[in-house]
Design a protein around this ligand. Structure first.
Ligand code: NDP
Ligand code: OXD
Length: 315
């Protein structure tokens, strides 16, 4: 069995070593133009030439959860894409989002500013029930995040395409398609702190824009940990500047790295992090991918694997 590795922005050696150890019978190659056709590939942001040449793949493993960039390329017909299914990301995402929510709710930025001035200050405790958190996207990451938030006794709502039932979370459903938003407006109206954990698809692009963000409860707060193109940057800035929204924590951006002149960097109500809310963990990812390749080689149908992307839905 031949396995090709093609990940830009990634130091290949540790991945190759790990994959070799996990799949000792495989012929593993770092992809070069003109390389032999492989049975499986492990990729992140491959060039189009890779996909044009690799026409015999039984499965294409993406070492990230989001496949939006990959699906923008021309894939060989019938190629089945398999994305990371958690692989250590959901706990990181839960940490990041809980941290951002708690930091805002408990006004820790305000305390930090006071301490910097040598000021011993108290703020009036805020009521948790006044800070309902709404999680858009109740998949692998969104479910973990919503459960973690519920553990802190925040009122938590969630929104997904298909109906869900999650203990401690009030779930709304509907597809963000041009046909209408179904439960989306009810979800927004029940939300003060909005967390985006949707995949980026034509249905979800620009989903956080003036008219949708304006439906949040007064003092709304935005946490975007999915993709930059879910958010209309100018609309966020205008709603923050008018005082309609209280703040935002943003981990993902339309252009990454975030350009030096972008207004998000210095905006006093925005916290920027460099796409680091849930990192791909190498050992966990290799173990997951190797396990799936072994299952396929032992005759498991690809549809039985977790994380197989539905090309029609785009995630
Ligand atoms: P999943 O595919 O497991 O979950 C996606 C969720 O979004 C599902 O609940 C799905 O609904 C819902 N959804 C998708 N499309 C729509 C729609 N049109 N209308 C309503 N709901 C919709 O993905 P993950 O949880 O694993 O990851 C989510 C995203 O997080 C990734 O796509 C990626 O962009 C981002 N990410 C960001 C990282 C970072 O470091 N910032 C790290 C990892 C991921 P249903 O359940 O009904 O299908
Ligand atoms: C991912 C990411 O999709 O890191 O995994 O954003």
């Amino acid at each position: 069995m031949r396995l090709s590795f093609c990940c830009t922005d990634t130091t290949p050696e540790p991945w190759l070593q790990g994959l070799r150890a996990a799949l000792p019978d495989a012929t593993l190659e770092l992809w070069q133009p003109g390389a032999a056709v492989a049975d499986y590939a492990v990729v992140w942001a491959p060039p189009q030439q890779f996909l044009d040449e690799q026409t015999g793949l039984k499965a294409l493993f993406n070492i990230g959860a989001g496949v939006d960039a990959l699906l923008r390329l021309r894939l060989p017909p019938q190629t089945r894409v398999v994305r990371l299914d958690d692989a250590g990301m959901s706990v990181q995402m839960a940490e990041y989002v809980c941290h951002a929510v708690i930091r805002h709710f408990r006004e820790f930025d305000g305390y930090q500013a006071d301490v910097a001035l040598g000021k011993w200050s108290y703020r009036k405790p805020r009521r948790r029930q006044d800070f309902p958190v709404g999680v858009m996207g109740l998949g692998v990451l969104g479910q973990r995040v919503s459960r973690a938030l519920a553990q802190f006794d925040f009122p938590v709502t969630g929104w997904s395409r298909s109906a869900k039932s999650i203990a401690g979370v009030q779930c709304f459903s509907g597809n963000a398609s041009s046909n209408g938003f179904n439960g989306f407006n009810d979800f927004l109206a029940a939300t003060r702190i909005l967390v985006c954990l949707l995949p980026l698809t034509p249905d979800t692009e620009n989903i956080m824009r003036r008219d949708t963000l304006a439906r949040l409860q007064p003092g709304g707060y935005v946490i975007n940990v999915a993709r930059g193109s879910h958010l209309v940057d100018e609309d966020l800035i205008s709603l923050l500047d008018s005082g309609q929204l209280a703040g935002a924590t943003l981990d993902v951006f339309r252009t990454e790295p975030l350009p030096a002149a972008h207004p998000f960097w210095l905006h006093p109500k925005i916290t920027v992090t460099p796409h680091t809310s849930a990192r791909t963990l190498r050992d966990e990812s290799i173990a997951q991918i190797a396990g799936k390749i072994k299952a396929l080689e032992n005759g498991a149908p690809i549809a039985s694997l977790a994380g197989v992307v539905d090309p029609k839905k785009g995630y």
